[in-house]
Design a protein around this ligand. Structure first.
Ligand code: 5U1
Length: 675
């Protein structure tokens, strides 16, 4: 019997090790090697054995991550080494001052720094005694935090025990708990489906999940953890020389460590790292609010010491805030190129994400209702990267008594035509078509835009005047304008009028793909326009194509095909096209014909990535030339990339290309290839 239980004990240990290894591969390395169903089977098997042999249950068993009973309240945990905060630097001047203070403090000219992203999550401490996770706490006030051990145990990337032969008597890991952007989106979808309140951002979602008294709720929330340092410890194996070695040691103990951690030297490299991470920010799987610079040498860290509650050896270089609180003054309705009506919040100006924002999109009427937005509310506005600012949520506690409900208009606010909302669409649309001045303005702006006919200098102020004064009704009218008509517009000097006239003239020579895109056919973006040009080779063939013929083109489905057929069925559209051709707009009809009819596509199947500024070619230019020869231009470097074209100030794409051994070209190399 004893022998039997020993065997089962060994089997249980192996099972646990296998499950935890899978957790590590899945949640830390992002490289699972076991199907989910197999993982579930192993976990169920372990649960069954532990149920049959309760004497074998161990605190570090993967079954113990979930299922703990709810707490009445969180207990307090003291941090024997305080969990300090970091000083902030908001611009390069403040970083320069930080670096100068460090250099002066150490009497050196230049310092080596460990640099890492600053996670927008919640700082926690994990205490391992003899290799077992005994306690986990929030940062609290830095000296005392809340005991959230049971909740932290539900996070699969946090080891429940250290898989080392001689575990240290004490090792306290510090880091940040956060929610990945993708998990945040699916959590909000689930909240919505359950009719529960959505979270405003991943940080709030992580905080709300971590501070649950019932760990079974935390367990459903998919949180992540990243280690960034060590607190109290008695660990003979802990590196004593540099922070980067400490991080490598933590990674070897299976703690998640950010892939973006690096070691750099001197001020310029700090600032370059800030730029590089800033450029990647939107693509990172988690929210960050800056980067952290730490003096890498632990001896130098000790020499520098602390000032009040922050270390002198580290600083957080913050990105401009992406969210801000302001007042929603009114809601206007904007009419888009295809007649879509978009409610837009007019805001009390607020500085967010590095710019002053006065308008933010509210998307559509359903969104306004879902977010419970009223005119007069205090709202949280978010501006991420180049994305249009949006109203994220309302601070209900600040709602004034006279806040007004917004009602989507039943008629177009610009032309007065009826607004309709099709059952399958989120937006209402103006039915005025090109008789609606708003749609006309947007259509002309789109026609003139850089990726379409590329009429430099023809912006919204000019187009507004042209349409309002009825000197331009369709894109074809642009080519009838003389310098005198242009010069008659408000704030238009002779020289500017001349420049615009020349830009309009120059735009006459174009490509078929640009022309198709410029027409503004619904559902036909730049890529589809290129496909149509490449496969059909002439505008007349496009005009004549029926839905079946169009659907023979890869990536063109019934909806896009129908939009194209509908567009050319409209007599007015064909008349405008005819007028454009008569005005002298032309393109090479041979250009873009498919390989099957004999045009050479020497770069067929080759993928290029462009990074940095090229000396003479614009990015658009390079892209167009590569695509004209059959190549593809992608936004990110992967093993499938064939060439990376590098200009000055390249981003991290260059480093990635080097590390993957991809052929690097400068502009001369690219030109040679194109020839
Ligand atoms: N990434 C990172 N965040 N963070 C926060 N590293 C880091 N280090 C910290 C803090 C408070 O403190 C140490 C420098 C002590």
């Amino acid at each position: 019997m004893n022998e039997n239980i020993e065997k089962i004990k060994q089997y249980v240990q192996d099972l646990r090790a296998e499950i935890e290894l899978h957790n590590y591969r899945y949640y830390v390395l992002d490289n699972p090697t076991m199907p989910d169903a197999e993982y579930d089977r192993l976990l169920r098997e372990l649960q069954q054995i532990e149920q049959d042999y309760p004497q074998l249950i161990a605190v570090d068993s993967p079954t113990q991550r979930v299922g703990a009973a709810p707490l009445e309240a969180f207990a307090q945990i003291a941090h024997h080494i305080p969990m300090l905060s970091l000083s902030n630097a908001f611009d390069a001047v403040e970083v320069t001052a930080f670096d100068r203070r460090v250099c002066e403090g150490l009497s050196v000219d230049s310092v080596e720094y460990a640099v890492e992203p600053k996670f927008d999550g919640l700082a926690v401490s994990l205490c391992y005694e003899n290799g077992m996770l005994r306690a986990g706490a929030t940062r609290g006030d830095g000296y005392t935090g809340e005991d959230i051990t049971l909740n932290l145990k539900t996070i699969r990337s946090i080891p429940l025990s250290l898989s080392v032969k001689d575990p240290p008597p004490l090792l306290e890991i510090r880091g940040e708990v956060l929610m990945l952007k993708a998990d945040f989106l699916s959590l909000n979808q689930r909240q919505l489906a359950k009719g529960e309140k959505e979270f405003a951002n991943p940080r709030n979602a992580a905080a709300g999940s971590l501070r649950q008294l019932d760990p079974s709720i935390t367990a459903t929330r998919r949180l992540a953890f990243f280690a960034y340092g060590v607190g109290e410890n008695r660990d003979v194996n802990l590196p004593q020389d540099t922070h980067s070695h400490v991080m490598a040691y933590l990674a070897s103990l299976h703690f998640p460590v950010a892939k973006e951690c690096q070691v750099v030297k001197g001020l310029q490299e700090l600032l370059a790292y800030y730029q590089a991470i800033g450029a990647q920010r939107e693509r990172l799987p988690y929210d960050i609010d800056g980067v952290v610079y730490k003096v890498n040498s632990l001896l130098q860290q000790e020499q520098l010491g602390f000032v009040s509650r922050a270390p002198r050896f580290a600083v957080a270089h913050k990105f401009p805030a992406q969210e801000a609180v302001t007042q929603l003054l009114d809601i206007d309705v904007q009419v888009g190129r295809t007649g879509a009506l978009t409610p837009v919040a007019r805001l009390k100006p607020v500085f967010v994400g590095g710019v002053t924002v006065t308008n933010a999109t509210l998307h559509n009427a359903d969104e306004i209702e879902r977010k419970n937005v009223r005119i007069g509310d205090t709202v949280i506005v978010r501006r991420a990267g180049d994305v249009i600012p949006e109203v994220v949520s309302v601070i209900l506690e600040k709602r004034p008594a006279d806040a007004r409900v917004f009602v989507m208009p039943s008629h177009c606010p610009v032309c007065g035509a009826k607004a309709v909302r099709l059952p399958e669409e989120a937006k209402s649309r103006c039915t005025g078509g090109l008789f609606c001045p708003a749609q006309r303005k947007q259509a002309i702006l789109h026609f003139a835009s850089r990726r379409a006919m590329d009429i430099e200098g023809l912006g919204d102020k000019l187009v507004n005047q042209m349409v309002d004064q009825a000197i331009v009704r369709t894109p074809a009218d642009l080519y009838r304008l003389g310098v005198a008509a242009l010069a008659s517009l408000e704030r238009m000097a002779d020289k500017s009028a001349n420049n615009i006239w020349r830009a309009i003239e120059n735009s006459k020579q174009t490509t078929l793909a640009r022309f198709i895109y410029a027409l503004g056919i619904r559902n036909v973006g730049e890529a589809t326009a290129k496909d149509l040009a490449a496969h059909l080779g002439s505008l007349d063939r496009l005009i004549e194509a029926n839905s079946e013929r169009l659907q023979q083109i890869p990536d063109i489905g019934p909806v896009v095909a129908q939009s194209i057929v509908d567009f050319f069925a409209e007599r007015h559209n064909c008349e405008v096209i005819e007028q454009l051709r008569l005005s002298g707009v032309y393109w090479d009809e041979h250009e873009g014909k498919p390989a099957s009819i004999g045009i050479s596509v020497p770069l067929n199947g080759k993928t290029f990535v462009l990074t940095g500024t090229l000396p003479t070619m614009s990015r658009e230019d390079a892209k167009e030339k590569i695509e004209a020869l059959g190549g593809k231009v992608s936004g990110s470097v992967s093993k499938k990339t064939d060439y990376v074209v590098v200009g000055t100030d390249p981003g991290s794409k260059y480093d990635k290309a080097v590390s993957l051994g991809i052929t690097i070209l400068d502009e001369t190399g690219l030109q040679a290839l194109l020839q």
